[in-house]
Design a binder for this molecule. Structure first.
Ligand SMILES: C[S@@+](CC[C@H](N)C(=O)[O-])C[C@H]1O[C@@H](n2cnc3c(N)ncnc32)[C@H](O)[C@@H]1O
Length: 270
């Protein structure tokens, strides 16, 4: 049985993962992820694995779109919340499962979301293993959507939130930038837990090393997430459209991919 670091489990026990992308500027990640996934899914009712699907934030709208979604997550509290959601939709099911060892037969799904687990697998071999597992669980020709956090995210976040101006913040950002290995050694409230932050080119390479074909690498939020004043504008429909557009305009611009907090690779199973 593969193991998950206790601090990662604790982080998600304490965090409001269900509300994170449903409120404020977090909704930019939500609507952009929806758009990226929807534009690539083939027509019809699909069987979709949501690996690291948490409480079902993405499973919910995918089920409303007519797909059958099975959530896998390592955090028991997430799975319990997802099971509550599943009681309200016959298109959703949820179970405990680690991305590196999925409890499913080969070719079970038409597509998989892997939006989160790679953040929390600091060892490269584990990330490639998780990608291979997603690939194994999806039929030939099916799609795997893979999210990572940008190597530069904590630099931009620390500037925006102000912790770059403290010694601990500087040390953390320096380590993140040089190694990609993010740690919250002192359990500072509000800081992210044990993670790996990708350079944009590493994402495609890891997918290819797992035997996947990469169709696209997309910047999810662009610059807007780093500008908290935009949260006030999100409530206005016209402004919201422009904020989303600001991300779309540079989503494939290679020189700016690392500006987005998140990147998504759209990959295809051979
Ligand atoms: C940042 S959340 C993302 C949740 C959701 N997929 C989304 O995009 O909003 C990361 C999720 O991955 C889960 N996770 C972390 N490591 C995992 C692993 N090895 N296998 C499966 N899930 C994992 C966490 O419990 C958490 O629910």
């Amino acid at each position: 049985m593969v193991e998950v670091s206790p601090e990662i489990l604790q982080h998600y026990r304490d965090a409001d993962e269900n509300g994170r992308i449903r409120s404020g500027l977090g909704q930019l990640e939500f609507v952009r992820t929806q758009a990226i996934v929807r534009r690539h899914l083939p027509p019809g009712e699909l069987r979709i694995a949501d690996i690291g699907g948490a409480t079902g934030v993405h499973a919910e709208w995918l089920a409303e779109d007519g797909h059958d979604v099975r959530i896998f997550d390592v955090v028991p509290e997430h799975v319990q919340a997802a099971e509550q959601l599943a009681k309200m939709s016959s298109h959703i099911s949820a179970q405990l499962g680690d991305a590196r060892q999925l409890p499913v037969a080969d070719d079970t799904f038409d597509a998989a979301l892997l939006l989160g687990p790679l953040y929390h697998l600091p060892v490269r071999d584990d990330r490639v293993l998780a990608l291979r597992e997603a690939s194994r669980a999806v039929r030939s020709g099916g799609l795997v959507f893979v999210a990572v956090i940008s190597r530069f995210a904590s630099l931009f976040d620390s500037l925006e939130q102000g912790f770059l101006f403290g010694r601990e913040g500087q040390k953390m950002v320096e380590q993140d930038l040089t190694t990609g290995q993010h740690r919250n050694a002192d359990n500072t409230p509000g800081w992210f837990t044990t993670s790996y932050f990708h350079r944009p080119d590493e994402l495609g390479q890891e997918c290819r090393d797992a035997g996947l074909d990469v169709l696209a690498v997309v910047g999810v939020e662009g610059m807007a997430s780093w500008q908290s004043h935009l949260a006030d504008r999100w409530a206005d429909a016209d402004d919201r459209e422009l904020i989303v557009k600001s991300a779309e305009l540079i989503e494939f611009e290679e020189s700016l991919l690392g500006l987005s907090p998140h990147l998504i690779a759209v990959a295809q199973v051979r």
